[in-house]
Design a protein around this ligand. Structure first.
Ligand SMILES: Cc1cc2nc3c(=O)[nH]c(=O)nc-3n(C[C@H](O)[C@H](O)[C@H](O)COP(=O)(O)OP(=O)(O)OC[C@H]3O[C@@H](n4cnc5c(N)ncnc54)[C@H](O)[C@@H]3O)c2cc1C
Length: 454
C-alpha cells in the first residue's frame, strides 16, 4: 500500500493574511474622550464599519478594541463573501413568513453591494474576485435538493444553477462530490487587505479608533446614559454598540448568553503552478461542501489553495488542525500531494442558536453579532445599519428576529460543544447512507444552507 503523503512541519503558525496585509499603525495609548454619543466595543469589520458610518453622520463616537484592530476573525477568515444565511430561501420563508424572509435575504444582497461597492469605488486592493460560489453535495440526498434550492434562490434574486456530477470538472478539479450548486453574486477576497482598506475609509471619515483598550463593564445610569469602564478609564456614552462577535466576553453578558464561540481553522499551501491552480479552480469561485463537519476553500490570488473547515469542537492546536485539514484537503484535491503547506491558523466564529445574525438592543445596549459564518459581508453591513439606526434611521429587517438564549446553563464556556460535534458526526454518517437529517435540528442537509465560516 502506498504511504500517505505527510504534512511538512515547517509551516508558519500564522494567518497567511497577516503575513501579507499592509501594516496597520499603532493606535494604542491615545487619549480617550470623557463623553461620547456612541461607544463601540470591538474593532473588527462590524465595529470599524459602524465607526466609519457614525463619523460620516457627524456623531461623536469612539471605538474601543481590547487588543489590536482586526485581531479577531476579521483578519483570519476564509475570505468567502457570499449573500444568504445558514438557511436557504425556502427555510427562511418557513421560519419567518414570505415577507420577512425576502426582506432578510435582500439585506444579504445589499451587504454584498455595500462591500463590493466600497472596494471598487475606493480602489481598495482587496484581491476581490467576484466569481460566485459553488456548493458541493457530499451525499446524493444533498444533490437531490439542489434543483429546488436553485429555483428558490432565483426567486430571491440570486443567479443559481445545478451542476451535474458529470459536468463538475468544468467548475472544480475534484471527483469527490455528487454535484454542485453554482451561485452568483459572491466571490472571494483577501480578508485582511479588505479590513485594512475599511480602517483607512473609517479614519478618513474621522473615526476615533483605540487599541489596547478592553471594555470591562457597561453600566446604565439613572439618566439613561452608559458608563463604559475600560482598562484605561471610564467613558460616558449616550449609546453603546457591542461588536465583539465570537470574542464576546463578560463585558456584554447578555450577548454572551446568546452566542457560542466555535473554532474554525485554515491552512494555505505554497503557490501552485498556474496549470494546477486552473485545474483545481477553472472558474475561480469560492467552494464549500454540505457536510456538517464542512470544508470551505478557494485558490488565492497568488495561487495558494486556502483550505478551511470545522475540524474540532474541542480545545485544540493549529498543529493538530493542520494535520486534519491536510488529510481532508487531499481527499478533495489529491493533486496537491507533494506541495507544501506554508501557513496554519484558526479563529473564533459566533454561532447563534437560530444560526442567524442579530442586531438590536438588550438592556438598552445595541449589538450586531452572531454572524454564524456569514460575517465577511454581513458584519460590515450590520455595523453600518446599526450606526444608521443609532442616528435615527430605519432598523434593519434582521432586527425583527428574536435573539434566542443558548438553551442550556452557560456563561461563556461552551461545555456542550463536544456533544454538538457528536451530533454532526452522526448527521454526516447518516447523510452518506441516505438518511435525511432534520433541517430544524440544524443539520447541514436538505433545506438549509451551509455556513462557510465554521
Ligand atoms: C477561521 C475563520 C474563517 C471564517 N471564514 C468566513 C468566510 O469565509 N466567510 C464569512 O462570511 N465569514 C467567515 N468567518 C466569520 C467572519 O470572519 C466573522 O463573522 C467576522 O469577521 C466578524 O467580524 P466582527 O467585527 O463582528 O468580529 P471580530 O472581527 O471577531 O472582532 C471582534 C473584536 O472584539 C474585540 N473584543 C472582544 N471583547 C472585547 C472587549 N471587552 N473590549 C474591547 N474589545 C473586545 C476582540 O478583540 C476582536 O478584535 C470566518 C471566521 C473564522 C475565525
Amino acid at each position: 500500500m502506498a504511504a500517505k503523503p505527510a504534512l511538512n512541519r515547517d509551516y508558519e503558525r500564522l494567518a497567511y493574511w497577516h503575513a501579507t496585509m499592509p501594516p496597520l499603525h499603532d493606535r494604542g495609548g491615545r487619549q480617550l474622550p470623557d463623553t461620547v454619543d456612541v461607544a463601540i466595543v470591538g474593532g473588527g469589520y462590524t465595529g470599524v464599519a459602524a465607526a466609519r458610518k457614525l463619523a460620516i453622520q457627524g456623531a461623536r463616537a469612539v471605538l474601543l478594541e481590547a487588543r489590536t484592530l482586526g485581531w479577531g476573525a476579521s483578519t483570519r477568515n476564509g475570505g468567502i463573501a457570499h449573500p444568504g444565511f445558514k438557511w436557504g430561501p425556502r427555510s427562511l420563508t418557513k421560519r419567518y413568513g414570505p415577507e420577512l424572509a425576502r426582506a432578510i435575504y435582500s439585506e444579504s444582497l445589499e451587504a454584498l453591494e455595500l462591500v463590493f461597492g466600497l472596494i471598487r469605488d475606493n480602489d481598495i486592493d482587496a484581491e476581490l474576485r467576484p466569481n460566485g460560489w459553488l456548493e458541493l453535495a457530499w451525499a446524493p440526498s444533498h444533490f437531490e435538493d439542489f434543483a429546488a434550492e436553485a429555483e428558490a434562490l432565483r426567486e430571491f434574486g440570486a443567479r443559481a444553477r445545478v451542476v451535474e456530477r458529470d459536468r463538475l470538472r468544468e467548475e472544480i478539479g475534484t471527483g469527490a462530490y455528487h454535484g454542485g450548486l453554482a451561485v452568483e453574486p459572491g466571490g472571494v477576497l483577501h480578508p485582511a487587505k479588505w479590513f485594512a482598506g475599511l480602517v483607512g475609509l473609517a479614519e478618513r471619515a474621522g473615526a476615533d479608533l483605540h487599541e489596547g483598550t478592553p471594555v470591562r463593564s457597561i453600566r446604565r445610569q439613572a439618566d439613561g446614559r452608559f458608563v463604559v469602564e475600560t482598562g484605561r478609564g471610564a467613558i460616558l456614552a449616550r449609546d453603546v454598540l457591542v461588536a465583539t462577535n465570537g470574542y464576546t466576553d463578560g463585558a456584554a453578558p447578555s450577548v454572551r448568553r446568546r452566542i457560542v464561540p466555535i473554532g474554525s481553522y485554515i491552512i494555505a499551501t505554497e503557490p501552485l503552478p498556474a496549470d494546477l491552480a486552473h485545474e483545481l479552480s477553472p472558474t475561480g469561485r469560492a467552494y464549500w461542501d454540505t457536510k456538517s463537519f464542512l470544508s470551505y476553500w478557494h485558490v488565492s490570488a497568488d495561487r495558494r489553495l486556502v483550505f478551511g473547515g470545522r475540524v474540532s469542537f474541542l480545545p485544540t492546536t493549529v498543529d493538530r488542525t493542520a494535520r486534519l485539514l491536510f488529510a481532508r484537503m487531499l481527499e478533495v484535491h489529491p493533486q496537491v500531494a507533494g506541495y507544501r503547506v506554508e501557513y496554519s491558523w484558526g479563529g473564533k466564529v459566533a454561532m447563534t442558536f437560530d444560526r442567524m445574525p442579530h442586531v438590536g438592543r438588550l438592556g438598552g445596549v445595541m449589538h450586531a453579532v452572531g454572524y454564524s459564518g456569514t460575517g465577511v459581508l454581513m458584519s460590515t453591513y450590520l455595523g453600518t445599519r446599526a450606526a444608521e439606526w443609532l442616528g435615527g434611521g430605519e432598523p434593519p429587517a434582521l432586527s425583527k428576529l428574536r435573539f434566542p438564549l443558548v438553551p442550556v446553563p452557560y456563561e461563556g464556556r461552551p461545555w456542550f460543544l463536544p456533544l454538538i460535534g457528536e451530533v454532526f458526526r452522526i448527521q454526516d454518517r447518516l447523510a452518506v447512507r441516505g438518511v435525511p437529517a432534520s433541517a430544524e435540528a440544524g443539520s447541514g442537509a436538505a433545506t438549509d444552507r451551509p455556513d462557510p465560516g465554521r
